[in-house]
Design a protein around this ligand. Sequence first.
Ligand code: B16
Ligand code: MG
Length: 226
Amino acid sequence: MMLKAVIFDLDGVITDTAHLHFLAWRSVAEEIGITIDEDFNAELKGISRMESLKRILRHGGKEDAFSDKQCLALAGKKNARYVQSLASLTEASMLPGIRELLADIRAAKVKTGLASVSLNAPGILHALGIASAFDFCADASRIICSKPDPEIFLAACEGLNVRPEEAIGIEDAAAGVEAINAAGMLSVGIGPGLERAAMQLCSTRELTWNRLTDFWTSRTVSIRNS
Ligand code: B16
Ligand code: MG
């Protein structure tokens, strides 16, 4: 089977905004008497804004302390601070190897998609100067079920007009790898703790077009022979 598309997660795969998310959440959490650290923040990778807030409130034993309206205001405050910090992003904020990979995929005439749950994804791609490198970006505001549900990866496949089994998905979060697997795509995990990924890499430095195509070919051959 031919590889027809590569679908990327954004935060942690294309650029690293996890620390900026952390700083914004930490300041909002402190104001309501909850302390979070970087280890806890790692659990919020790939998790939507409102679900992240729920987890922070649960972590601080305050899950029932705020009304829906107050929760929306807290999430809005966090987002305003986060968006302000995004001004520090430049074209140099891409993770290593990603710019070359996007160019190589384009040269091979394979489609590229984005499956990020971040509502700020379009602005981030623009700040990085790579909005035109994607053939289709799934719209996070239309997604009902968060990762690990496959919905956002399936939406990206549909938008690219490819079948999930013709596509590779790349993620840095366990929930994201689960979503790719559940979609029926081939999963690549970046970073530790992603044993459920079909191929695990330590960093985006290792994520080259040659490696992806070798992996795709070897998987296709072993599926044919099994
Ligand atoms: P926003 P990804 C995710 O991005 C982040 O990993 C996660 O920490 C964040 O809460 C989520 O986006 C929502 O972001 O508040 O900007 O809508 O990994 O799916 O690219
Ligand atoms: Mg991510």
